[in-house]
Ligand binder design. Sequence first.
Ligand code: BES
Ligand code: ZN
Length: 618
Amino acid sequence: MKKQTLLYALIALVFSCNEDKKEEATALKYVEELHSNAKPNTSVIKHLDLDIDVNFDKKIIDGSATYHIESNNATEIVLDSKFLEIERAEADGKPTEFELGAFNEQLGQALKVKISEDTKTITIHYKTTDKTEALQWLNPQQTADKTHPFLFTQGQAILTRSWIPIQDSPQIRITYNATVKVPSELMAVMSAENPKEKTGDGVYHFKMKQPISPYLMALAVGDIAYKAVSNRTGVYAEPSMVDKAQSEFSDMEKMVVAAENLYGDYDWDQFDVIVLPPSFPFGGMENPRLTFATPTVIAGDKSLTSLIAHELAHSWSGNLVTNATWNDFWLNEGFTVYFEIRIMEALYGKDRANMIALIGRQDLEEEVEGFKNEPEMTKLKLDLSNKNPDDGMNSIAYDKGYLFLRTLEETVGRDKFDAFLKSYFKTNAFSTVTTEGFIDYLNTNLLQPNAIDFNVEEWVYQPGVPENQAKIISDKFENAERTLHEFIDTKTVDVSKTKDWTTQEWVYFIRNFPETITTEDLKRFDEAFDLTNSSNSHIAMVWYEQAINHDYHGNGVDQNIEDFLIRVGRRWYVSTLFKAYKRNDKVDEALVIYKKARANYHSVTANTIDGLLGYNNY
Ligand code: BES
Ligand code: ZN
């Protein structure tokens, strides 16, 4: 290179660096967030010291949240707060003024705290109230062991603000320390480094050194014990459940190894699961270091443990690389379903993986059909303005998201796709991504370098499912369907044909009953397989749905459905059954059960079912 050219090149380099710096200083770091009042571009929380008392008699949490903040010459910092009683605020330990904005049904209230240019910390003294949506206080009767009360939190999507005043947007990331005081006979665990035994005095100290989004703040308190599965995985559960949980989840370490082989190191040190009482509103919730799970996944034969693979997968897609806003929710869930199925394939083979994928494919078809009057809800990128983020939390994000990624994988080839995903997680670790950011990254790092033309825009921004979707085939499901029709056509049941069936085949068999199936057929199946008394929650749930659809009342099934709906609060199960009542013009029957069940449900399940059944008589 000539000297002169080198000089020009150097000058250009210096200028371009300056340019970058300027951009950094002026660029707004946080994109617009519909579901938070916070203004993080002006002042933002970075670390939380939480100091709380869990009072089971009054059913409140009471204490203080101290935040280390960064601000841009701001005179206030805005937090989210919902149904909290704010007592007082401090800036750097001295009393400061605060103001609560107007109440909004979805967002709650803006909590504005006065600060000065050099304020380093703010402290909020507060109490939860009986309206606090994140918390479910359970009496002993609602637990497995029936001797001690229990409390758990659920933060996703925008409920953390109802138990901690916080900047409740997924773009925020904080580390935290917490001191939690509970009755001495109980143990507390959080989405943090956890105790393995009770302390005796009921005081627990927690540390979360990796920065997490506020929706991942979590706490559970109860009479629980710990059993290790490996040196970095294990289970918490009530004493009567802990051994069952340990053996059901004995493949946890293998799952972590498989996941690391795919997309890089597990960055959270420990991976534990706590099995909660049956009212827990989700199958699982990926709280970092400590997944919260429903006891309905414990089938006795590890057949429902893809849920653990799913929550583990969120340690990358969601917890490490987080959807920037709830409109980008598919980035969390679609990637996680893809990753879940890859983990299941690595552990148990392609047959099992494809069965899980096909069940999702069927859910997707039903969801698209259900949204036939609202096709915009079937886009991956959502517009949830004026909507609760919960409205976007359906099979589209999960199963259309999955199908998109699987189709991409099949188009570019697995090796290239895996390398791409690994670099995507590494590049974006501990930060957030928008749908547009992902598409840019995809174009630059996968599609353009390989000269691949792919209808990304159609997949992401158009309703429905594009033509070029991957075809998923399962011989096992084809066999299950053939068997079903044989049983119906011959009016006889040959049990030998089902003796090697897995849970997935049973679910497929039951879900695919033709419209014309008769109660005689159902009776024959029930006599042969006692589906009404299945101890597998997923098989039971799809069977109950068919009993409701087809007016089957044999073998005490009505009582079982009622008991199930009263005991289990898992929203997906419960809403599937209540939807079946509604679809079949049996809302009155549903209401009789719902009135008995509602008090057992966490607010997220109760809200969904209230809406579904038009119930407001509480
Ligand atoms: N993060 C979700 C649960 C969630 C979603 C809570 C939206 C609140 C709002 C979790 O990872 C999940 O997807 N759970 C599923 C598990 C299943 C897909 C294996 C569930 O609860 O059924
Ligand atoms: Zn998930």
